[in-house]
Design a protein around this ligand. Structure first.
Ligand code: HXC
Length: 519
């Protein structure tokens, strides 16, 4: 080594060591004792061993106000770079809550939005590990250059590369908004919260006393708001979920998800479906059992599992191909669809379409939930999102009607005219605009009023209506369905349909700047 090198290398090592020290050992230890990993430990657990390449390690904020000159930390509270997950390149950042609360100043924000732009330019997914109080208060309006850039880059990346954010601490303001712009949010139970403004502002503006957890804990977002897509037990579970989720996604919108080898035969019959699903349309069952019975190796990654549970959406593989599943769940609210279910399904359909993932629906719903509450809640606006999403989606779309498909559910879950390529029905399937008894009461009102025995006449007319309209053979005769499939053959038929649709080409559509999704 020529003279001077040792000193130069020691200088670099000292600076890097400072960056690795984050907000100091005491704060790092405090974070560990709260049951969390540190920012660097999170990245290490996420990426394939030794694959992380860090950028921006020595960047520092330039703020001189409010005592900030004394508070310099190399890296500025966020670790950024790229690495591999199962051999695939990803861009990754982890906010470090031990440095100024993980807050996003100008430099911290610029590190993130530069990384986001790089991900888009190089067509690789983004994983953001959030643990930040949002825009850094001491930097005032300089925050515009950091945080706003992050929000813009998330939006520009949308539909180009998959973006996954994990909420791993208390995240407020821009740190919460940027997560909301991603495709998927994974949230850690009990040790993370997510909100636009924290309890202090809720108390000041509304006089509302609330804890971080009650305002934005995992329970709030996974069950009620639907903001969180996957709930994790702890940091390591969140990281495992991110790795699993990425396995269903391609690198970018120019690719398809990798097909996996499977030893689950495509022709496998599924006789257990005859036990899982009662033929009596009034008896309920858990649709997720059906999905698992059909899927390769019974593997189903359910998304938004605890929100709008009357619809289940998620990823599975059929014959090795990744598919997005959208299915009614009669186990919850008799499977009636509602506004929340429509929005959940619409969002998932658009995510799958953006990333070239074929869609399969399993239909069993008596209709959209009637009544004042749903109408006032904007059921029409929400249902329209789903109709719009199906028509706009160009990926292969296959539906299978198990038992009930009534009214608005018909376009919302699967017929050719809304864009489905193949439509199957089980022999148990009932399809009509209106169910038998209400239909007869509307159509035969006068006749029933004049009848000597209205109840007997009602029963007779209902029987006639059922025989005429409510068998799948009525729909098959009109080519509304392509085939009546015995339940045990469903897996083989779905896989055969997806094989045919592998090379699907969609005819050009009229030019438009973008559609006007009914938001
Ligand atoms: C600077 C921050 C910070 C912030 C937290 N800290 N948020 N520092 N800017 N935004 C610091 C605290 O001073 C503290 O430092 C440490 O982080 C931990 O914070 P605590 O309050 O002790 O933690 P906790 O009780 O868990 O509460 C977390 C919190 C709360 C709910 C996030 O800190 C909070 O309300 N922060 C402000 C949130 C906010 O209003 N952000 C701006 C949003 S506006 P010490 O050194 O004492 O440990 C925004 C809009 C973006 O983001 C648009 C851009 C153009």
């Amino acid at each position: 080594m020529t003279p001077g090198w040792a000193e130069a290398l020691a200088g670099l090592a000292a600076r890097e060591a400072l960056a690795r020290a984050g907000g100091g050992e005491a704060r790092l230890e405090e974070q560990r004792s709260a049951g969390k990993l540190t920012a660097r430990e999170r990245i290490e657990a996420l990426l394939d061993r030794g694959s992380f390449v860090e950028t921006g390690m020595l960047a520092e904020h330039q703020c001189r106000d409010f005592g900030m000159e004394e508070k310099k930390f190399p890296g500025d509270g966020v670790v950024t770079g790229h690495g591999c997950i199962d051999g695939r390149c990803v861009c990754v950042y982890a906010e470090d809550a031990t440095v100024l609360g993980g807050s996003t100043g100008r430099v911290h924000g610029t590190k993130i939005h530069t990384l986001l732009r790089r991900a888009r330019e190089n067509r690789v997914p983004v994983v953001g590990l959030h643990d930040s109080g949002g825009a850094r208060i001491q930097e005032g309006m300089d925050n515009v250059y950091g945080m706003t850039g992050v929000l813009a880059e998330y939006s520009l990346n949308s539909g180009v590369v998959p973006q996954i954010v994990a909420i791993m601490g208390t995240c407020a303001g821009g740190a919460a908004y940027s997560a909301a712009l991603a495709d998927f949010i994974v949230q850690v139970e009990h040790t993370s919260q997510l909100f636009v403004t924290g309890p202090a502002l809720a108390a000041e503006v509304l006089g509302e006393e609330v804890t971080n957890e009650a305002l934005g804990g995992c329970d709030v977002h996974a069950r009620r708001s639907g903001v969180t897509h996957l709930a994790a037990r702890d940091d390591r579970d969140a990281i495992a979920l991110i790795r699993r989720l990425l396995g269903y996604l391609p690198q970018s919108n120019r690719e398809r998800p990798a097909a996996g080898a499977t030893d689950d035969p495509a022709e496998r019959t599924v006789p257990e479906l005859l036990d899982i699903v009662p033929i009596d349309p009034e008896a309920n069952y858990d649709m997720r059992e059906v999905v698992r019975a059909l899927a390769d190796g019974a593997a189903y990654l359910e998304i938004q599992e605890q929100f709008a549970r009357n619809v289940t959406v998620g990823f599975a593989r059929l014959g090795g191909r990744v598919v997005g599943v959208v299915a009614n769940n009669p186990a919850v609210g008799d499977g009636y669809m509602d506004g929340a279910a429509a929005v959940k399904a619409a969002r998932f359909v658009r995510t799958c379409d953006a990333f070239n993932i074929p869609l399969v629906t399993l239909v069993d719903a008596p209709g959209f939930l009637p009544g004042v509450a749903q109408e006032q809640d904007g059921l029409l606006r929400h249902g329209a999102k789903l109709l719009h999403a199906w028509t706009e989606a160009t990926v292969p779309k296959v539906s299978c009607i198990l038992r009930k498909m009534y009214g608005g559910v018909i376009p919302a879950m699967g017929v050719h005219e809304i864009g489905f390529d193949q439509v199957f029905a089980w022999p148990s399937a009932e399809m009509q605009m209106v169910r038998a008894e209400p239909a007869v009461k509307i159509l035969c009102r006068r006749e029933l009023a004049a009848a000597a025995d209205p109840q007997a006449l009602l029963q007779q007319r209902v029987r006639e209506y059922r025989e005429l309209y409510l068998t799948p053979y009525h729909s098959a005769s009109l080519a509304v369905v392509d085939a009546i499939v015995p339940p045990q053959d469903t897996r083989a038929r779905l896989i055969a349909a997806l094989r045919l649709l592998d090379g699907k080409i969609v005819a050009d559509r009229p030019w438009r700047k973008h559609s006007n999704l009914p938001l």
